[in-house]
Design a protein around this ligand. Structure first.
Ligand code: GLC
Length: 614
């Protein structure tokens, strides 16, 4: 899109959102001044990157060589300079995209793992200065790793200078947030709102004695929701993101994207105005920092997530990337039940994502597994009910007979509400328990579960993401409660990365090495598969066996079939599957090179996943 066209898009959307306000035209001029200044200040090396990505490398984030890694800087490498030293480790694993959690200056004390930002122009002092971050982003770029940070733009910390001024009664800054003098109004909103942290931070509003008023706090009391109805909030956040883009950040993870706009009588999630805000952020980025990608963190029901990638026709683009939290939760559901019917039905019901967009496919991240993704507010037939969620909750807490998991329930405030589960990938998939018992067969089974899940997210259609420590199968950190100032049980699955060379237990050391090298092999193999480009459609197939998950990546150039057996028993795929899906050609398994003639049917070992290509 050219400069003029892009400017029109920006003006039109902003006019829709704010055109009714007095002095809109003057305000719009300010916005364009900010954009132009940002373009002027963009460093030459980033302008070069912009040009490359605008011309011959437009699909850089869709390519099969993309692989993401997500870490807390201190827990992974100490500080920003420590990350430099870890670059060889990341490259060995095949990482091309690095998400640094909690990179910006958080408030002191409790800060929700860095998600309460006190200053968008300063870095987390534990990690280093803005100059250090800038140096790091440059070095990462030279190493072909795209740096990503969180842009926490739904709320600021209550310690942010805007919030402080608002608290002191400054009307200009009070209007940056939602203040209510009467509790009755907050109650009216509450009637239709959900609770994100029902146990540790119930409700969506916090009363502050200092101002004798309630403030909108969707998350913790110290995270104040921004009021995007105020155009100056948009203006300030735009300035902040543009300044960070010029520091060399290539991907912004837009935190809590779904909550931006509020409207009484709704659940204040996924509102049309929220989408418009994202469209305008995207249009501004295309103009001022086209090398940058926006990534939605919209942990909402399946039917809503693809909307964050824009409309299917690609006329109203939003984020280029979005977490596929519904796939993530469904994979855990299937692993517990051994049954893939809900997952297949849910995925089938979703529209194809727009061209030029990509999912972030993942198994775990720093948050809990939110079971809400398996429910549906329009009553889809695949949706899980409370009993299903209770079973999952119990299974992953290890309470169910035969459960291999070692997890913990998160935010259970009411006995009938099953919010989420905490735990690392390895602990939830059974490796922790198996390692404790020391039984070789159980250890191998747990590793098979992990690799099966990885093979799915590496082939599904998007950028696979590894959360730090997964690559060596780290277990839960049961000491998290001893840390100060930890108050949040999600720290269970955020262990620091140990040095594997120091590990004395040989079995553990070898298991870690094996997982690392299996993932590395997968990354290498994935790179060579053009059919795993994110624009190749993903079609969910009916395998005819409720334990076998089947999908195909298919385009005129060929097909890539993935089959995964979620059950602890060996499972058969009948020859009908092949004829029904017109797959009766010899296929080659990509890891082993073995030739498969599916017209004869197929037996899949427990937790086995194969990648077949014509
Ligand atoms: C996102 C983050 C989560 C945080 C919340 C509030 O969901 O992933 O960790 O608690 O936003 O910022």
């Amino acid at each position: 899109m050219n400069y003029k066209k892009n400017k029109d898009v920006i003006s039109n959307i902003l006019r829709d959102l704010y055109g009714h306000l007095p002095e809109f035209d003057l305000w719009l001029l300010k916005i364009f001044k900010i954009i132009d200044a940002s373009i002027d200040q963009r460093p030459a090396y980033l302008l070069d990157l912009d040009n490359i990505r605008k011309s011959y490398n437009q699909d850089w984030y869709l390519k099969p060589d993309m692989m993401a890694y997500m870490c807390y800087v201190d827990r992974f490498a100490g500080d920003f300079s420590g990350i430099n030293k870890k670059i060889p480790y990341l490259k060995e694993l095949g990482v091309t995209y690095l998400h640094l959690l909690s990179a910006l200056k958080p408030r002191k004390g409790h800060n929700d793992g860095g998600f309460a930002v006190a200053d968008y122009y300063a870095t987390n002092p534990k990690y280093g200065s803005m100059d250090d971050l800038e140096k790091l982003t440059r070095t990462l770029k030279e190493n072909e790793i795209s740096p990503c940070i969180d842009f926490v733009f739904n709320h600021t910390a209550m310690d942010h200078k805007w919030a402080q001024k608002a608290m002191a009664g400054d009307p200009y800054y009070r209007d940056f947030y939602y203040f209510f003098d009467d509790e009755a109004t907050t109650k009216e909103y509450e009637n239709t709102l959900n609770e994100v942290l029902p146990e540790t931070s119930p409700g969506n509003f916090t009363y502050f004695e200092e101002t004798k008023s309630w403030v909108w706090t969707t998350f913790y009391y110290y995270q104040w929701d921004l009021n995007y109805k105020n155009p100056n909030v948009f203006l300030e956040m735009l300035k902040a993101i543009l300044s960070l883009a010029n520091k060399g950040i290539q991907v912004f993870r837009l935190d809590a994207t779904a909550y931006l706009w509020k409207k009484k009588g709704t659940n204040c999630l996924n509102l049309p105005e929220t989408h418009k805000l994202l469209q305008v952020f995207r249009a501004v980025m295309s103009l001022a920092a086209p090398a940058v990608c926006l990534k939605a963190e919209a942990i909402v029901g399946a039917r809503y997530i693809s909307k964050y990638l824009g409309d299917t026709a690609g006329k109203k683009p939003e984020c280029q990337l979005s977490y596929h939290n519904a796939l993530m939760a469904a994979l855990w559901d299937s692993l517990a039940t051994g049954d893939v019917l809900r997952m297949s039905a849910m995925l089938k019901s979703l529209p194809q994502k727009p061209l030029g967009t990509s999912w972030i496919t993942y198994l775990r991240c720093h948050d809990d597994i939110g079971w809400g993704a398996l429910t549906d507010d329009e009553g889809a037939s695949w949706a899980a009910n409370k009993d299903d969620l209770k079973k999952l909750n119990d299974f992953y807490e290890g309470q169910t007979e035969g459960s291999f998991a070692r997890g913990q329930a998160f935010q259970i405030s009411r006995k009938d509400a099953f919010h989420g589960t905490n735990g690392t990938l390895a602990s939830l998939a059974g490796l922790e328990k198996a390692m404790e018992c020391g039984n070789e067969a159980d250890i191998n089974t747990a590793i098979s579960r992990i690799m099966m899940l990885y093979k799915i997210i590496f082939a599904f259609g998007g950028i696979p993401l590894i959360f730090m420590g997964e690559e060596i199968g780290l277990f839960n950190d049961y000491d998290y409660n001893k840390l100060d100032p930890v108050t949040d049980d999600r720290w269970l699955h955020r262990p620091a990365l140990p040095d594997n060379n120091q590990v004395e237990n040989v079995k553990l050391k070898n298991t870690r090495r094996q997982i690392f090298s299996d993932i590395r092999e997968m990354t290498q193999l994935r790179k060579k598969q053009p059919l795993l480009h994110a624009d190749v459609p993903t079609l969910i197939l009916d395998s005819g066996n409720s334990h076998i998950f089947a999908f195909v990546r298919k385009c005129p150039e060929g097909l890539f079939l993935v089959l995964a057996n979620f059950s602890p028993e060996s499972q058969k795929l009948s020859s009908e599957f092949i004829t029904k899906n017109e797959l009766s050609i010899p296929l080659i398994e990509q890891f082993t090179g073995a030739r498969y003639d599916l017209s004869q049917g197929l037996a899949l070992a427990p937790y086995h996943c194969i990648w077949l290509k014509a």
